[in-house]
Every structure is written in structure tokens, then in C-alpha cells.
Design a protein around this ligand. Structure first.
Ligand code: C2O
Ligand code: CU
Length: 567
């Protein structure tokens, strides 16, 4: 069973327990004894089940079993003890409130577990219990009222005490250092609203030069690129971010950090040298959730010269429910070397399968793998923003690439069922290096990805959070040039978070405590699944202020974004 499933079972048990106790309390209040007993027994079983899921989660290495033991556990225990002492309506209702609070703390509060959350939960439970007691005609003891008020005051005091609020991030302007000299390529991308014809329908889109995806940018290693971005009529503004391309900070295209958004009628010129070969893409970073989804993206491929064989780029995207690109079929002579560059430009993971020939995963996120072995009847999962290069030698028989079961590229139309194929684990693929590619870390950061109530704005919102805070309240990660930096990224939530750091590729060290054993994996986008713990490291060698965020772009928009800053 995956940790994600266990988390769901745990929540389910919590909800059943709370519902059972509350129902039993209501039944007792209306004098229905058999129903009371039945519901109380069901609630007890659900509470025991939740104790079981807590132990199972702890044993599976789930980081957050501790908060259950500290807050949820005592509340559930109080529920059971109270119900055991007396099966009157008030004690059963108390058990219901305590179990509900245990679930609410799990869902709303999150990480890190704090004394203030525990006290506030206890005060809430005591408060509603006392109100119920009164309503059922009882006399509430003074001491209980006093205790509830004390817990409320102490909990609130701890929550608002100075020191709880993170330091406000500073904005720094880094010197513009675009590459100088005569460009090898001059490209103009004009962003504008348009309609594109898809599956027989006109679909509203935002596009570069009127096309979705935008014009492909293909360069040869060493080229100096000069790209002029113009905005015709995208009211929210646009920028160009070179996803996975470790450009100088001033060219990174993050509005409010490295430049201002380009508004209608304005332009911005990007210049950088294409000195990393590989498969990348570009997209707007202003209002990126809607902007990328609506079509403001394109591919960036840097090839070593000269290219031999067939080299095809397959950027997969969903535009208004239509899957792009349309299936293409191209005749390829047997014996030809083929490279398929798969790019996931959506916000969720896609599953790809290549049928008809043994293939290798030659590169991930633009970086070549060491010693990739041939694979067949194996699927790959590409995270949002990620890229895989698959290589094979064309056989005389047809070869087809499927994305989520849909043929996107083939040398002759074939249909193959690939849904049951096993999925490649890139952490155990290829050949490990003789020596560790990075020295021991000089600096470490922990990022706990979660959902939680964000109360810092004018209106409370249920945000996607990092270490309990949402953008712009997540403190910057501050590093020094030349350091080796380690991130521990932990997913406490129920969603997959494709983590993405700008300006750097990170080396995967381990997942759930199991070290990576294959080729060094230098990634810029990787899926952190519910309950998973990833350790990655990178060399702080590209000064500036860099976005570090979830590439499920609605999540980034809802708070899951912070900055890495060089001091
Ligand atoms: Cu592809 Cu900050 O993004
Ligand atoms: Cu996310």
C-alpha cells in the first residue's frame, strides 16, 4: 500500500470516528439506547483503526506521525476515555468533538505541529462541549469554563507571539549580465490572444506568433541567442522563462524578481549563450497558471553539431481539453538512429510508452545519463515541466510513442496496449559514478509541502504551503556562492508536487531514505508524491534570486513558491 493510500485511509477512519461519536451523542440525547450503543461501538472501532493507520504511517517513514501522537492521539484518547466512563449524551458529544478536532488539526493546521494548535484545538473542544452541556439542560462547572478560556488565551498568545512570523523577504536586483556580442540567431516572439483550430473547433488561446506551441527555438551548442519578446494584448503581462536552462539570473524571466512583466505594447530582449545541449522549453512566468495552460509556451532544443538521424521533439500539452500534439506519422528507414524528445508542458504527470523497439533513456531534463541500458515494454512517467530523451535504432517494423495511451508519434500507425507496462524508476537506471559528483553539503534546507490555512492575507485562504507558509511569506533560502546545498523535500499533502528550482540542476541523492543507485540524475523537475521524502543537492554556482516552486502551476499560484537567494 502506498503512503498516499494510507493517508487517505487514516483520514477516512478519523471522519468515521468523529461521525460515530457525534451520532451516538445525538442518539443518546433523544433516548435511543440501542442506536447509541451501535454507533458508539462503530466509533470505537474507527478510533482503533486510526491508531493502526498512525502506527503504519510511522513505520512507513511518514514524517508527520509525530503530530498525530502529540495532538490527534491525545484528543482521540480523551474521546475513548470519556465515552468509556459514561455513555451520557454530553460525554459522547465530547468524544465526537475531540475526534473532529483531531481530523481538523490534520487537515487545516499541518506542519509544523505546534503547542498553540494543540491548545486551540483543546479550547475549541471544551467550548463546544460546554455549550452542548448547557443546551441539554446541564449546569456547567466553573473550573471547566475556566480551563477552556485559559487554553484559548494561551493558544492564541503562542500563535501571535513575535518570532512566529517569518522575516519578510527582501527583493534584490542582480546586475544584468546578458551575453554580449553579435547573436547567432535573432528571434521575435509576439504574445497575443488568438483562436486555434483543434479537433474541428475554434479554441481561444494565448499564443506566441499566433501558434500553439510557439515557434520552436533550435540552436547549436555555443550559439548566442537574442530573443525579443513583445506583448500585443495579453492584459496580465508576459515574460519568457527558459525552463531548465540555467541562464544568468537577469535573463530568467521571473516577473517581480528578475524583471517587470512585459505589458501590452512593451517589449523585453533576452540574450544568452546556448552552452548546455539538451531538451528544454520556454514559457511565460507571469500569471503562469493561466498563461501556460492557454498556450504561451514552446520548445527550446540545443543540439550538438552535427545531427545524425531523426530528431523529433514531442511537447505534450492540454489546451481546453484537447491533447496536443496531433498524432504524426513519419516514415523512417530501418537502421536510422532516432531521438524522441518528450516534454511535459502540462501541470500534471504524463505516462509515456514507446512500443516496437528497444530504447534507452538517453537524457532527463537536458542532462545525459551515464550507461543507459536498453528497455522494452517499459513506460516512463514525466513530471510537469520534465523532459525525457528516448533513443532507438529504427527497426523495419513500426514503432509508436504513446502518451497516456494516445499515439503521438509513429513510424507507421499501430495500436499497442501499453497500460499494464511497468514504470521505469530513474533512480535505479544507468551506471553509478565511481565517486560522488558533489562534496558534502555546506548548507541544508527542509521543505515540507502541504495544504493549510493561510491567515496572513486580508482573506483567509486554503493555500498550498511550504513549511506552513504560503507565498510571499515563505522565508528566502539564503546561500553563498560556491556552497553545496542540500534540500530535503517532504510531501505531507495528498497531491503530487512536481518540484522545480530555477537556475540550477539538482542531483538526486535519495528517495524515502533509499539512495539513488543509477546514473547521476541532474534534474530540474521531479515529482514528490504524497508521503515521499527526497534529498537532492546542488552547487550554488549561479548567483541571483531564483524561483523555487511547484510546477503544478495552480499550486504555485496558490502559494507554493519561494525564492533561493545568494547573499
Ligand atoms: Cu517552468 Cu518557474 O517554471
Ligand atoms: Cu504542487
Amino acid at each position: 500500500m502506498t503512503t498516499g493510500t494510507m493517508i487517505i485511509l487514516d483520514l477516512l477512519a478519523g471522519v468515521l470516528a468523529a461521525g460515530g461519536w457525534l451520532g451516538a451523542g445525538a442518539a443518546a440525547a433523544s433516548g435511543r439506547r440501542r442506536l447509541t450503543l451501535g454507533l458508539a461501538v462503530a466509533a470505537l472501532l474507527a478510533t482503533l483503526a486510526r491508531a493502526g493507520t498512525t502506527v503504519a504511517l510511522a513505520r512507513a517513514g511518514w514524517w508527520f506521525a509525530g503530530e498525530k501522537v502529540l495532538i490527534g492521539g491525545p484528543l482521540s484518547l480523551a474521546a475513548v476515555v470519556a465515552a468509556g466512563l459514561r455513555r451520557g449524551p454530553v460525554t459522547l458529544l465530547f468524544a465526537g468533538y475531540a475526534s473532529s478536532a483531531a481530523v481538523l488539526v490534520t487537515v487545516l493546521h499541518g506542519y509544523p505541529a505546534s503547542a498553540s494548535a494543540g491548545l486551540l484545538a483543546a479550547a475549541g473542544v471544551a467550548g463546544v462541549t460546554l455549550v452542548s452541556w448547557r443546551l441539554l439542560g446541564g449546569r456547567t462547572p466553573r473550573a471547566a469554563v475556566g480551563g477552556a478560556v485559559a487554553a484559548l488565551v494561551a493558544g492564541t498568545g503562542l500563535a501571535v507571539a513575535p518570532g512566529a512570523a517569518p522575516a519578510t523577504p527582501h527583493r534584490h536586483e542582480f546586475a544584468a549580465t546578458p551575453a554580449a556580442g553579435a547573436p547567432d540567431q535573432r528571434i521575435t516572439l509576439t504574445a497575443g490572444t488568438t483562436t486555434v483550430r483543434l479537433g474541428g473547433h475554434d479554441v481561444a488561446a494565448w499564443a506566441f506568433n499566433g501558434q500553439v506551441p510557439g515557434p520552436p527555438i533550435t540552436a547549436t551548442v555555443g550559439d548566442l541567442l537574442e530573443v525579443t519578446l513583445r506583448n500585443r494584448d495579453i492584459g496580465r503581462g508576459v515574460t519568457l522563462h527558459w525552463h531548465g536552462y540555467d541562464v544568468p539570473n537577469s535573463q530568467d524571466g521571473v516577473p517581480g524578481v528578475t524583471q517587470a512583466a512585459v505589458l501590452p505594447g512593451q517589449q523585453f530582449v533576452y540574450r544568452f549563450r546556448a552552452d548546455q545541449p539538451g531538451t528544454y522549453w520556454y514559457h511565460t512566468h507571469e500569471a503562469s497558471d493561466v498563461g501556460v495552460r492557454m498556450g504561451l509556451y514552446g520548445v527550446l532544443v540545443v543540439r550538438p553539431a552535427p545531427v545524425t538521424g531523426v530528431d523529433v521533439t514531442v511537447p505534450v500539452h492540454t489546451l481546453a481539453g484537447n491533447a496536443l500534439p496531433a498524432a504524426t506519422t513519419e516514415r523512417v528507414a530501418a537502421g536510422t538512429p532516432v531521438r524522441l524528445r518528450l516534454i511535459n508542458t502540462d501541470s500534471t504527470t504524463h505516462r509515456y510508452a514507446l512500443a516496437g523497439a528497444p530504447f534507452r533513456v538517453a537524457a532527463i531534463d537536458g542532462a545525459d545519463l551515464q550507461g543507459p541500458t536498453p528497455l522494452s515494454d517499459t513506460a516512463v512517467l514525466i513530471p510537469a515541466g520534465g523532459r525525457y530523451d528516448l533513443t532507438f535504432t529504427a527497426p523495419a517494423t513500426p514503432v509508436a510513442l504513446f502518451a497516456d495511451g494516445r499515439a503521438v508519434y509513429s513510424t507507421r500507425p499501430v495500436s499497442t496496449a501499453t497500460g499494464s507496462w511497468p514504470v521505469l524508476d530513474p533512480l535505479a537506471y544507468g551506471v553509478a559514478p565511481a565517486a560522488a559528483p558533489l562534496p558534502r553539503p555546506d548548507r541544508e534546507f527542509t521543505l515540507v509541502l502541504d495544504r493549510g490555512l493561510d491567515l496572513r492575507g486580508l482573506l483567509p485562504r486554503y493555500a498550498h504551503t511550504v513549511n506552513g507558509a504560503a507565498y510571499p511569506d515563505i522565508p528566502d533560502e539564503v546561500v553563498h556562492l560556491g556552497e553545496t546545498v542540500e534540500f530535503t523535500i517532504v510531501n505531507r499533502s495528498l497531491a503530487i508536487h512536481p518540484w522545480h528550482l530555477h537556475g540550477h540542476h539538482v542531483l538526486v541523492l535519495s528517495r524515502d531514505g533509499v539512495p539513488a543507485t543509477g546514473s547521476p540524475l541532474w534534474l530540474d523537475s521531479f515529482d514528490v508524491r504524497p508521503g515521499e521524502v527526497w534529498k537532492v543537492a546542488f552547487r550554488a554556482d549561479n548567483p541571483g534570486m531564483w524561483a523555487n516552486h511547484c510546477h503544478n502551476l495552480p499550486h504555485a499560484d496558490a502559494g507554493m513558491m519561494l525564492h533561493l537567494r545568494y547573499s
